[in-house]
Write a protein that binds this ligand. Structure first.
Ligand SMILES: [Zn+2]
Length: 115
């Protein structure tokens, strides 16, 4: 029998989907992010992880262009989730950045982004 209570990892995946929908439904197509919706999402929900980007509209636009693989000026969930993958990877890298014992037996994590 599967447990009914979602695990922390499952809740975190649900949160990513919820945040995407929260912004996607504000204008136009309710299941894609427009440029404006994407900017609002970066500013309100990725303010620490994308500290530099949130201050520069041009950077946000460039990131959106990279993610928008079918070039329709909208981010579908599968396009948006590539940003999440990059952030997860970059955060893990950052946690190891100041670490000296990577080659040792211990595996430890420093703070990630925005801390
Ligand atoms: Zn690690």
């Amino acid at each position: 029998m599967a447990t009914k209570t979602p695990s922390m990892m499952e809740r975190n995946i649900n949160t990513i989907i919820e945040v995407f929908h929260q912004h996607a439904r504000t204008e136009g197509n309710t299941d894609t992010l427009s440029q404006k919706e994407f900017k609002n999402m970066v500013k309100s929900d990725l303010a620490n992880f994308m500290k530099k980007e949130k201050k520069k509209e041009k950077l946000i636009n460039d990131i959106m262009e990279d993610l928008d693989t079918n070039d329709d000026k909208q981010l579908a969930f599968e396009e948006f989730v590539m940003l999440v993958a990059k952030l997860v990877f970059a955060t893990h890298e950052k946690m190891h950045a100041s670490e000296q014992n990577l080659r040792g037996k211990e595996h430890s994590h420093g703070s990630g982004f925005g801390k």
